[in-house]
Design a binder for this molecule. Structure first.
Ligand code: ADP
Ligand code: MG
Length: 311
């Protein structure tokens, strides 16, 4: 399958400093690709080159088979872009702003009102159609930006830091919406973020950028396997009572790396899924198991591995 978004050795240098370094990305149609990495990693610069808004120093960026540098107009026609600082006309209403996008994209007059109503309904902003965008919260603006994308209906949408500055409830609304439109509209979505933990659940695949270089790429699961060579699991066990005898027995199980206890809960780090062995040891000393959960790789752990710091 031909990728819908592709970069080949894409490089950008500002005054002698390389901020995007021989980047090779391939993103397939319909994917939600998480383009992740700390601030200053080069994510926005990469998007701007893909959109044909800034020229690469070397290498190639392509969207839908068009060369972003040589055919920027063709690229613009099939892409949507929500920058970190969303640019709406603050003095105008939500509806007017969307109508502006509709006209810019040559939508026939007779369908515009319906399109606007439909798009606002999807993002839950129907009741603020006539409200000035200047009065919107950041979360509302982000949802309006998604409505804007639904008006344009591009093949590929780039969302730059869509969750920054939004409260947790708003973040969930935005991420749910992104998932919904990717699925229903078969849109390819590139989600740029430095907030890995927030966005990981929404991405089919992620690429982690550090200092302009792609340091890891794949599903969250695959990255976990690569990062921990052999795998890492955490088993969380809740008991009616934790005794030192139980803890000692569990520490003896082959593959158990660490046991932390807190109240009635034990968190056991291990190299493999040791739930059966753990349950056996608990039962052997008449412990009463309330529940047992397993967590596998979390993107936070991967982030720690690549950047050596917490998110
Ligand atoms: N127009 C510019 N001129 C000079 N340096 C820039 C410019 N734009 C970005 N940079 C630098 O390039 C690096 C990558 O920035 P950026 O792509 O915005 O990172 P990210 O989006 O991952 O936070 C940063 O060090 C930033 O300061
Ligand atoms: Mg950025």
């Amino acid at each position: 399958m031909e990728p819908v978004v592709e970069t080949v050795d894409l490089t950008k240098t500002y005054e002698g400093t390389t901020v995007v370094d021989k980047l090779n990305l391939r993103i397939n149609e319909g994917e939600i690709f998480g383009f992740l990495g700390p601030n200053g990693a080069g994510k926005t610069t990469t998007i701007l080159m893909l959109l044909g808004l800034t020229e690469p120093t070397s290498g190639v960026a392509r969207i839908g088979g068009f060369n972003s540098t040589r055919e920027p107009l063709k690229v613009k026609r099939i892409t949507g872009y929500v920058p970190e600082k969303i640019g709406f006309y603050e003095d105008l209403s939500a509806g007017y702003n969307l109508a502006y996008t509709a006209r810019l994209n040559d939508l026939p007059d007779k369908v515009i009102d319906q399109k606007i109503n439909d798009a606002l309904a999807v993002v839950g902003l129907s009741d603020v159609l006539e409200k000035r965008v200047g009065e919107f919260s950041r979360g509302m603006k982000q949802r309006l930006a998604i409505a804007d994308i639904l008006i344009k209906m591009p093949k590929v949408a780039f969302l730059d830091e869509p969750t920054s500055g939004i409260d947790p409830e708003g973040v969930n609304q935005v991420l749910d919406l992104i998932g919904k439109i990717a699925k229903e509209q078969k849109m390819t979505i590139i989600l740029c973020s430095h907030q890995l933990t927030q966005v990981q659940r929404s991405c089919n695949r992620v690429g982690i950028l550090a200092k302009g270089k792609l340091v890891a790429e794949g599903t969250v699961d695959k990255l976990g396997r690569d990062a921990f060579a052999g795998g890492k699991f955490k088993v969380e066990v809740q008991l009616t009572e934790i005794t030192s005898r139980i803890v000692e027995r569990i520490k003896q199980i082959k593959g158990v790396l660490k046991v932390d206890t807190s109240g009635d809960t034990m968190v056991i780090s291990c190299t493999q899924d040791l739930r059966p062995q753990i349950a056996r040891e608990i039962v052997a000393v008449d412990g009463l198991l309330v529940q047992m959960k397993i967590q596998s790789y979390a993107l936070e752990d991967i982030y720690m591995k690549y950047f050596g710091e917490a998110v």
